[in-house]
Ligand binder design. Structure first.
Ligand code: PPS
Length: 287
């Protein structure tokens, strides 16, 4: 059964999440917890794998102890699929957690405890492209419809977790108020070692060059695609049907060019300029 979207504080969320919203918003973060926050399809799983590798000094056995969605649980799903809230409450500190919630909806306990937040942003057109492909296989999202219909909904923010524009700007504009590292998917592609070092430094880890190289290798697209603990192949099939298309789809910058028509691109750019005109946030590969 496909999810429908329902509004929470004006943000469309899956109707699998909405009945549990109060409990999710009241999630009790603990001092030392680290939150990975992203808009969907922006490199969440990639940064999760990097963080887990850093945390375990690139010990592969430890990093293959469980699928990524168990190692770094997704707080919005704690009341509709495993790992559940009880399991997450029993995890030793520091816990590493994932969310797609926009800045305004982050459970306040993360800010109260000054938890570290790692935000990864991906350029709008590749994000829309990845979301569109993913929505064909992910039951938690409504059917995407045609690409043209989907793109319109993306531009209107009528998609799960709301408008990309508000999401990336929300964290960007508040990053200096918090213990937050703001990264870009495109930078991670261009120079993974450099971005891995930023994460290490943020997490207070000092690892030798050889370990950084090992982390970059094992978190590369090709290695993660082959790794059942990173590629979602163990995720319930009734929630994500990878028979037609893999979760680890292409992992590229600029794949939007294979989907946007010239006219769609022009309309998108015009709308983008309006929505992003008041921010200092700039993406390197959005055109
Ligand atoms: S989710 O479901 O929102 O948590 O998805 P998320 O992990 O944020 O995003 C999935 C997209 O990220 C790509 N990906 C990677 N790209 C490059 N390198 C690595 N290691 C990597 N891991 C995941 C994945 O392929 C999805 O992007 P697309 O463009 O669809 O391929």
């Amino acid at each position: 059964m496909r999810s429908q979207l329902k509004l929470v504080e004006g943000i469309p969320l899956s109707d699998a999440i909405v009945p549990h919203w109060k409990k999710i918003y009241n999630f009790q973060a603990r001092p030392g917890d680290v939150l990975i926050a992203t808009y969907p399809k922006s490199g969440t799983t990639w940064i999760q794998e990097i963080v887990d590798l850093i945390r375990h000094d690139a010990d592969l056995e430890k990093c293959q102890r469980a699928p990524i969605f168990e190692r770094i649980p997704f707080i919005e799903l704690l009341y509709c699929m495993p790992p559940d809230a009880e399991t997450v409450n029993a995890m030793p500190s520091p816990r590493f957690l994932k969310t797609h919630l926009p800045y305004e909806l982050i459970p306040p306990s993360f800010w109260e405890h000054d938890c570290k937040v790692i935000y990864v942003a991906r350029n709008a057109k590749d994000t829309a492209t990845s979301c569109y492909h993913f929505d064909h296989i992910a039951v938690l999202h409504p059917e995407p419809g045609s690409w043209d219909q989907y793109l319109q909904r993306f531009m209107n923010g009528d998609v799960g977790w709301g408008a990309w524009y508000d999401h990336v700007k929300g964290f960007w504009e508040h990053k200096d108020k918090h213990n937050m590292l703001y990264l870009f998917f495109e930078d991670m592609k261009k120079n993974p070692d450099l971005e891995i070092r930023k994460v290490m430094q943020f997490l207070g880890k000092d690892l030798p060059d050889a370990t950084v190289e090992k982390i970059a290798y094992h978190s590369s697209f090709n290695q993660m695609k082959k790794n059942p603990m990173a590629n979602y192949s163990t995720f319930p099939k009734d929630m994500m049907d990878q028979s037609q298309q893999s979760f680890m789809r292409k992992g590229q910058v600029g794949d939007w060019k294979n989907l946007f028509t010239v006219i769609q691109n022009e309309l998108f750019e015009e709308d983008y300029r309006r929505k992003m005109s008041q921010t200092t946030l700039k993406f390197h590969s959005s055109s």
